[in-house]
Design a protein around this ligand. Structure first.
Ligand SMILES: Cc1cc2nc3c(=O)[nH]c(=O)nc-3n(C[C@H](O)[C@H](O)[C@H](O)COP(=O)(O)O)c2cc1C
Length: 356
């Protein structure tokens, strides 16, 4: 029986246990220059010391236009490389594999940074009409992801994660609602996956075989079968690790059996694991806030690893409690304040409890 403490090899890297820290953006930690700050360093150092086997550093913009806002970390410029080195050293000193999530907002782009761009000219959430990328612009956008991955490698990261879910650019190519293209980037699952898959191949070519490439993919966008076909394309292109989350569409409720101790979003990862078993490691996420649920998933071979976001924001030492290295922890209150940003204004009650 696999235990949560058992190591696993992912993309040639030995990960000391089955716990990954999921990417969680810190809206008020960076400034307009997109550089790493002391706040980031302290934040990730605490989590590196807290027992995770792998940390995925938060969504990081590949172009200034692809940021959430002016307080969002970026890797669009060589000047942004240096600050990451301390985060990476702190992770490596704690035997933590560290990767960074690369993102572009696409049609959800912040109007401050110009027009919204995406696979097709569809209406954006704020009522604008998105510009549909030409083939040359698609290639330039892919190059921006590759250039950011090369910078991540120069900084010393063990790999990168492409943000392929939650409705951002790579996910917009997958969703039929936002991708109306009739060329080689639209239509079939293979074509809709092409934008992300070509980025993966290029990163593999530029960064080599020992650079871990993960995709955080939408487990059902529009449906599980389609999402698996898309993920197969990512794997063919060189993806080493599938970290499964959700898109923005409805998810088929029948994919989860209500008696299991995990939710519908987490069940998408379970289905992926069943499909990719022994070929590609898969991670599940969502509402894994209690050690018993996490152990259940690992010990019953329902997933290879678990991604934890709020549990590790609430208490950096939560992984130690799951691993049996600590008796107590402060549980996430599920108040969602951390999602409102900025963090300084919306304090995490679990963090306040820990500090008191
Ligand atoms: C404060 C906060 C920031 C987040 N930032 C990101 C991000 O940068 N990239 C991403 O893919 N998901 C992000 N997410 C989603 C989480 O990674 C995770 O999928 C979600 O919170 C569910 O997991 P949990 O129940 O363990 O919190 C964020 C979530 C929170 C609460």
């Amino acid at each position: 029986m696999t235990k949560v403490n058992d190591p696993i090899i992912i993309g040639g890297k030995r990960v000391k246990n089955r716990i990954t820290m999921a990417p969680t953006v810190k809206f008020d930690f960076a400034g307009d220059d997109g550089k790493v700050t002391e706040k980031h360093i302290k934040h990730y150092r605490e989590r590196a010391e807290g027992g995770c086997g792998l940390i995925c550093v938060e969504a990081t913009a590949v172009t200034p236009e692809g940021r959430f806002g002016k307080n969002h970390m970026g890797l669009w410029d060589d000047d942004q490389i240096e600050g990451h080195k301390t985060i990476i050293k702190d992770c490596h000193d704690n035997d933590v594999v560290v990767i960074i999530q690369l993102n572009h907002t696409g049609i959800t782009g912040n109007p401050e940074f110009g027009e919204a761009v995406g696979p097709s000219a569809v209406e954006t959430r704020d009522g604008r009409m998105a510009h549909d990328l030409t083939i040359d612009e698609i290639h330039n956008m892919q190059d921006a992801f590759v250039a950011a991955a090369i910078r991540a490698k120069k900084a010393g990261y063990d790999g990168i994660q492409l943000h392929g879910c939650h409705g951002y650019l790579i996910n917009q190519f997958i969703m039929k609602k936002t991708n109306l293209r009739t060329d080689e980037y639209g239509g079939s699952a293979v074509n809709r996956a092409r934008f992300g898959a070509e980025i993966i191949s290029k990163i593999r070519q530029e960064c080599g075989d020992d650079f871990l490439i993960s995709v955080r993919t939408a487990g059902a966008d529009p449906e599980l079968k389609d999402a698996i076909e898309v993920a197969e394309e990512y794997v063919k292109a060189g993806c080493d690790y599938l970290q499964v989350s959700h898109g923005v569409g409805e998810i088929d409720q029948t994919l989860v059996n209500g008696s299991e101790p995990y939710n519908l979003i987490c069940s998408l990862g379970v289905h992926f694991h069943e499909h990719f078993k022994s070929r590609v490691p898969v991670s599940c996420v969502n509402s894994l806030l209690d050690p018993d649920n996490i152990k259940y998933l690992i010990e019953n071979d329902l997933t290879d690893t678990v991604d934890l976001a709020r549990a590790v924001l609430a208490d950096p030492d939560f992984p130690k409690a799951v691993l049996g290295e600590k008796d107590s922890y402060v549980r996430c209150f599920e108040c969602a304040r951390c999602q409102y940003g900025p963090f300084t204004a919306h304090k995490c009650p679990a963090e306040m409890k820990r500090m008191s």
